[in-house]
Design a protein around this ligand. Structure first.
Ligand SMILES: Cc1cc2nc3c(=O)[nH]c(=O)nc-3n(C[C@H](O)[C@H](O)[C@H](O)COP(=O)(O)O)c2cc1C
Length: 187
């Protein structure tokens, strides 16, 4: 439908044993409960690109199609040495126009207490450069190893807090995605 919004949830790391995938999957599942929202899930392990380069140096057609279709992005990134992983940058570098005039929300993940806030901050100028419009609030998953059970489910004691925070973020993201979609279609 014209008013429906497609959001690509991007997991920010391809690391073996990554904890962030649990947070990314939780964000995607939460998004699937939003009315009028379609969710795509992007796993950098499944995107195949040359080692480095601009879009003209090589694209993954599946990622190109997904980013073209997406009205908005939800990037769920761990913090690696006070920034975000190189696999996320490689994904972002592989397209230009597919991001422009689209909304983006960011969630940070860490094993420590800060929830990946420095990775989120480091990502902002990159998103700006790509023409993505960042929404607030950010969502943080500090001490991620304590949040999810062995099946990767968010533990019950954390559900209320994350549900409230994620709902605020999705409300903003969908609002911005609709506004920008209308703008793209009117020009
Ligand atoms: C290369 C590397 C660098 C990291 N640097 C940081 C860091 O700067 N700050 C932090 O809070 N956690 C850091 N961590 C720990 C991650 O927060 C932790 O691995 C967490 O589980 C999220 O990342 P994951 O999805 O790879 O598991 C680092 C992990 C790796 C693999």
């Amino acid at each position: 439908m014209e008013n429906d919004i497609t959001i690509a949830v991007i997991c920010g790391t391809a690391r073996e044993g990554r904890e962030s995938i649990k947070a990314a999957r939780w964000v995607a599942e939460f998004g699937r409960k939003q009315a009028g929202v379609d969710i795509m899930f992007i796993d950098p392990k499944e995107v195949h690109l040359p080692p480095d380069g601009a879009p003209e140096d090589g694209r993954d057609p599946n990622y190109s199609n997904a980013t073209e279709k997406a009205d908005a992005f939800y990037i769920v990134t761990p913090e690696y040495n006070h920034s975000y992983p190189s696999s996320l940058k490689r994904l972002l570098d592989s397209e230009y126009d597919n991001y422009n005039h689209k909304a983006v929300a960011i969630a940070g993940v860490s094993s420590g207490q800060w929830g990946g806030v420095r990775a989120c901050e480091a990502l902002l100028p990159v998103c700006h450069r790509l023409g993505l419009v960042n929404i607030r609030p950010e969502l943080y998953f500090p001490k991620v190893q304590t949040l999810f059970d062995e099946q990767g489910e968010l533990k019950p004691e954390f559900t209320d807090g994350y549900t409230a925070a994620a709902q605020k973020a999705f409300d903003e993201l969908v609002w911005m995605a609709k506004a920008l979609k209308a703008g793209r279609h009117s020009s």
